[in-house]
Design a protein around this ligand. Structure first.
Ligand code: SAM
Length: 352
């Protein structure tokens, strides 16, 4: 094992389990080279562009009871809300005026959102913003449901696998939930032609480096177009309230590894990263993330979508906020772009 591991990762876009583990146990030895290579690959695929997505948190009502999550159904100390179709559309109109070309509709697994309701919303969004991409992140559904939503206009779907190791999965989730179904959903989304996003929390309770390596290997099998990872952050009304938060350093190290494994994937610098460290967002971007998601939810939604404590949200209600954002990233050498930023396979240009 030596420093050539980073070269190998760059060219083969994968490593053996032992090699990944070696990287994780010896991060300091590899950091400098890894970040340099990840930055180069990011630049090659995205130049200095940062793609923004308008994030709309549509509901904090959830039928699941994921032990780590502040909006799990067992939490009685949270003010619940949901946006109805009209409220969703209102927010989309505002986002559309601001120039967003991707909207992410994310929420708990709220049974209110039947196919009928969501399909109507999707069609309405496509009328208002025909050239915008719509990303859904509303949890596990049947193949037919995903198909209906796709036919109604959904382009992308985010569903983190969370943990691919069986033992860890059931330490984080009640037995009523199913890792097998989660994986099946992800492969169904791929089969249906969604740009599919998966990912996991870094530093989740009980997670080991060995678990993380399995997550990387699972992602390699799935080959998603988007990968979201962010540090676990404890929430005071969950069983995991006294667990330590995940590490910002490990998260950015993993973002850089993912960039070398998936050169053209859309990788967000997540809100949880920005929440844990003042520089978290830019650290993620410098490590290889090319996307981030300003929150365009109404104020009451932002205040109550509390997945974890002290959740940060970048305000995005006005063109002024957007301009400030553009200026501050410009000063850091990045250009904020509003384009859809669809996934373009790595060899696309070579094949033409
Ligand atoms: N219900 C949808 C789903 O399951 O994909 C989307 C909403 S879910 C709340 C979005 C993501 O939040 C999850 O995939 C999880 O990884 C993340 N999350 C939940 N609780 C968290 C915590 N305490 N710290 C960091 N991330 C958390």
């Amino acid at each position: 094992m030596n420093l050539d591991l980073i070269q190998k990762l760059k060219f083969e876009k994968d490593l053996s389990r032992e090699e990944f583990l070696y990287l994780l146990y010896n991060q300091n030895d590899f950091k400098e080279k890894l970040f340099k290579e990840a930055k180069e690959v990011t630049k090659k695929h995205f130049t200095n562009k940062l793609y923004v997505r308008g994030l709309l948190e549509i509901s904090n009502i959830c039928k699941n009871n994921c032990y780590y999550c502040g909006i799990r159904c067992g939490n009685k100390n949270i003010k619940r809300y949901r946006l109805n179709s009209e409220e969703i559309i209102k927010s989309i109109i505002v986002g559309n005026h601001l120039g967003f070309k991707t909207f992410v509709l994310q929420g708990g697994e709220d049974p209110y959102y039947t196919d009928e309701i969501l399909c109507e919303v999707l069609k309405e969004i496509k009328k208002i913003a025909p050239d915008a991409a719509i990303t859904l992140s509303v949890g596990e559904r049947s193949f037919d449901s995903y198909k209906n939503l796709k036919n109604a206009g959904a382009d992308r779907f985010l569903l983190r696998h969370e943990a691919v190791d069986n033992e860890l999965y059931y330490k984080l989730h009640p037995k009523e939930m199913s890792l097998e179904n989660r994986k099946k959903c992800l492969f169904n989304l791929k089969k249906l032609g969604y740009q599919t996003g998966s990912g996991f929390m870094v530093g989740a309770p009980y997670q080991s480096y060995e678990n993380i390596v399995e997550d990387l290997k699972f992602l390699k099998d799935l080959n998603p177009e988007m990968i979201g990872i962010g540090p676990f952050i404890s929430q005071h009304d969950t069983d995991f309230q006294s667990f330590e938060n995940g590490s910002v350093e490990l998260t950015v190290f993993l973002i850089a590894i993912l960039r070398l494994m998936f050169p053209s994937a859309n990788l967000p610098s997540t809100t949880s990263l920005a929440t844990l460290s003042e520089n978290g967002r830019i650290m993620g971007i410098n490590a290889g993330a090319n996307v981030f998601m300003p929150n365009i939810s109404p104020e009451f939604a932002k205040e109550n979508y509390n997945l974890y404590d002290n959740k940060l949200y970048s305000k995005m209600e006005s063109a002024k906020n957007l301009n400030n954002l553009k200026t501050s990233f410009k000063n850091l050498g990045y250009e904020i772009v509003m384009e859809r930023g669809d996934f373009v396979p790595e060899n696309h240009y070579e094949e033409i």
